[in-house]
Design a protein around this ligand. Structure first.
Ligand SMILES: [Zn+2]
Length: 256
């Protein structure tokens, strides 16, 4: 490992992002994204050549800042032993999307089941309005994404969209920050769940008009709103696990 990936030398911005990745993990757990220790959330560190990503051994429900691993953006740089096997997925997305600084990959149940269908995602709910006509399906394999060739296939399927469904596997949601990616991972899971419910209703269902879809994207999913949803996510994490309030706080130096 190179000196720039030395965890002891992380700059303050990276230390803050490491806490955000751990908070995002816990929030995803509360949103039903758990699948043993599988799934990851990562944050690209601005101006650096590495990302921070939930380590391989911990589930979303138990991740702490210390379980977040420093991993290279460059797939040719050796990854640390605790980097998750699906690290190539994150590396490929960051390489393809300079606008993306946060990635969530999970096996959330409704997202996964929806991805197994051929249904277009429709604006049944506010959440569906965010993703309508901006989400495709990756079908090259339904296996774990373990190499860069497959990972680049995921990035291709993602294109310029905010998310892509991995058929019979799960979902990948991206954002301009790890906060945005996390909020929209919740958004996607709820969009899929509500549409799957609507699909069961005899007689069909109505959807938002195109004008409403655009208005919802602007207001309900505008930057200010997403920040407030993230704050709500963090609040829920802290109410569930009060010890998380200490994350990132400076501790008084130890007395001799
Ligand atoms: Zn996976």
């Amino acid at each position: 490992m190179t000196a720039r990936l030395d965890e002891a030398r992380l700059p303050p911005v990276a230390l803050g992002l490491r806490v955000q990745v751990a908070l995002a993990s816990r929030s995803l757990s509360l949103g039903g994204h758990d699948d043993f220790n599988q799934g990851q959330v990562s944050a690209r560190v601005p101006g650096a050549d590495y990302m921070l990503i939930k380590g391989a051994l911990k589930g979303f429900d138990e991740c702490t800042p210390e379980d977040v691993v420093v991993a290279p953006l460059d797939p040719d740089v050796p990854a640390p032993p605790l980097a998750p096997p699906e690290l190539p997925l994150h590396q490929a997305v960051y390489a393809a999307r300079p606008d993306v600084n946060g990635v969530v990959h999970s096996h959330a149940p409704h997202t996964l089941v929806f991805g197994a269908t051929d249904l277009p995602l429709r604006p049944v709910s506010h959440e569906g309005a965010y993703f309508e006509q901006r989400i495709g399906r990756f079908t090259m394999t339904s296996n774990t994404i373990l190499d860069m060739v497959t990972a680049r296939g995921v990035a291709d399927a993602l294109g310029a969209d905010p998310a892509v469904l991995l058929r019979n596997h799960g979902g990948v949601v991206v954002g301009r920050s790890v906060r945005h990616a996390t909020v929209h991972a919740h958004t996607l899971e709820r969009a899929c769940r509500l549409q799957l419910m609507a699909e069961q209703v005899p007689g069909g269902y109505h959807t938002s008009t195109p004008a409403d879809v655009l208005a919802k994207r602007e207001f309900i999913y505008g930057d200010l709103a997403v920040r407030s949803y993230w704050d709500h996510c963090v609040g829920r994490v802290r109410r569930t696990w009060p010890d998380t309030a200490e994350w990132g706080r400076r501790r008084p130096s130890a007395t001799p």
